[in-house]
Design a protein around this ligand. Structure first.
Ligand SMILES: Nc1nc2c(c(=O)[nH]1)N[C@H]1C(S)=C(S)[C@@H](COP(=O)(O)O)O[C@H]1N2
Ligand SMILES: [Mo]
Length: 199
């Protein structure tokens, strides 16, 4: 598992690296199926399900909201972590100012161009540090890393950070997303090593 690219964490880095992870200085690309290509201007964020009214938020509307730039450590379930990744984007909490949730909403299914999905409890989704990212290290988010728009949920394994995001479906009960249906853990906390459904 350790090689030129994957280092065993030591010292301060070890404290930032969850159990079973090694640090990579590369940024591997992990995509299931073909990569969808969507022009930024055509990106829409649809909002439906357990909401008072359905919405379609445009690219320009997303960019007109308050923006943040933040540096986080990312942890992939395939045992690599990449430290200090800087994304810029619109905080989920800013987008949610537009959304009127029904009181019975408990979970969200994030949908993507191309059909990928991932589910989150609202307690994991409605957090300050979760963002709709459009910029990586000061450059437009590369398509392989989810450009034009991906969600970054830094406290969970990276499959919970959907690339090419296209919608938020609010739900009144939990339902499994793509990897969650295929044997991965429903929550995916890297510090608890929640990799597989029965962990
Ligand atoms: N739409 C979509 N989002 C996705 C995936 C995918 O296949 N499709 N893969 C997930 C997985 S398993 C990982 S590890 C990360 C990888 O992100 P990266 O390619 O930017 O490293 O994206 C996640 N988001
Ligand atoms: Mo992954």
């Amino acid at each position: 598992m350790f090689s030129k690219f994957f280092k065993k964490p030591e010292g301060d880095l070890a404290a930032r690296t969850p159990p079973g992870q090694s640090i990579t200085e590369r940024f591997p690309i992990m995509t299931y199926g073909p990569t969808p290509h969507v022009e930024a201007q055509n990106v829409r964020l649809r909002v439906w399900g357990a909401v008072e009214e359905e919405l379609e938020i445009t690219w320009d509307e997303l960019l007109a909201m308050p923006q943040v730039t933040q540096t986080k450590d990312l942890h992939c379930v395939t045992h690599w972590s990449r430290l200090d990744v800087t994304h810029t984007g619109t905080p989920v909490m800013e987008v949610m100012k537009r959304v009127k949730l029904l009181p019975e909403a408990t979970h969200v299914m994030l949908h993507c161009y191309g059909g990928y999905t991932t589910n989150l409890a609202l307690s994991d989704f409605l957090r300050e540090e979760n963002i709709f990212a459009h910029t990586l290290e000061g450059q437009p988010l590369p398509v392989d890393h989810g450009g034009p728009l991906r969600v970054v949920v830094p406290h969970l394994y990276l499959w919970k950070s959907p690339k090419w995001v296209s919608g938020m479906e609010f739900m009144t009960a939990d339902r499994l997303g793509f990897w969650e249906r295929n044997g991965y853990h429903n929550r995916g906390d890297p510090w608890k090593e929640q990799r597989y459904a029965d962990d």
